[in-house]
Design a protein around this ligand. Structure first.
Ligand code: AP5
Length: 218
């Protein structure tokens, strides 16, 4: 298979993390989530974590410079030789330009836009629960969410600090202001692949795989 570098965009709660986890496992391509990297730093209490915690909890964006240095560092790791699923970066024009400069001409295979209506993503985020240890995503009615114990690793299943109503509203504003304009930016370059995120998880995955196969990327 050709090296696949997929930039995955979409509203908060559209299913970026869910789909990247499935695709990563099925196609052995590393899932690079800037949100997960930042949350791990917060949990570890590192300098980086202390720097970004308040920004993330409020639902604001972390600076472009910081994000792109994390992405650059992650893409230098050996498992990224065959590509990466970039979940959550890029999400500003500055990041998109920085990624172009980092990867060079033809460095991005495609930009996957998972499209879902705002009322649906708000409902999903409000009911989302996550394992603090391994990041497995649940909804509040799943047994693991009710018991508070992850079925995969036994870690604590919690509600993310930014899945509160105020933080969700701030995050969606950031999407409209900073990330939505990227769709045109990538569309003009023929990189944009939009799929319907408002259908069952398996159906979204099938639509993504069909779209990537049609472009000769899978
Ligand atoms: P990040 O962790 O990337 O969060 P996000 O962008 O807010 O996205 P989410 O993780 O909330 O949504 P998702 O689309 O992955 O949905 P999921 O699959 O979990 O970023 C967190 C923070 O870090 C940012 O706010 C910012 O502060 C900082 N940050 C990160 N990257 C940055 C960057 N590049 N620049 C600046 N700052 C950055 O699904 C959500 C729920 O829906 C789950 O419960 C799931 O089970 C459910 N679900 C998923 N798909 C379906 C489906 N098809 N049908 C029904 N339910 C579904």
């Amino acid at each position: 298979m050709k090296r696949l570098v997929l930039v995955v965009v979409g509203k908060q709660g559209a299913g970026k993390g869910t789909q990247c986890a499935v695709l990563s496992e099925k196609h052995a391509i590393p899932h690079v989530s800037t949100g997960d990297i930042l949350r791990a730093a917060v949990k570890a209490g590192s300098d980086l974590g202390r720097q970004v915690k308040a920004v993330m909890d409020a639902g604001e964006l972390v600076s472009d410079e910081l994000i792109m240095s994390l992405v650059a560092e992650r893409l230098r790791e050996p498992d990224a030789t065959n590509g990466a699923l970039l979940d959550g970066a890029t999400r500003t024009l500055g990041q998109a330009e920085a990624l172009d400069a980092m990867l060079g001409e033809g460095g991005i295979s495609a930009v996957l836009n998972i499209d879902a209506p705002t009322d649906k993503v708000v409902a999903r985020l409000s009911s989302r629960r996550v394992c603090q240890e391994c990041g497995t995503i649940y909804t509040d009615s799943d047994p693991a969410a009710i018991s508070g114990t992850c079925e995969k690793c036994g870690g604590d299943v919690i509600q993310r600090a930014d899945d509160t109503p105020d933080a969700i509203a701030t995050r969606l504003n950031a999407y409209t202001r900073d990330t939505a304009p990227l769709l045109d930016f990538y569309e003009r370059r023929g990189l944009l692949v939009t799929v319907n995120g408002d259908q069952p998880v398996d159906a979204v995955t099938a639509e993504i795989e069909a779209a990537l196969s049609a472009r000769g990327l899978l």
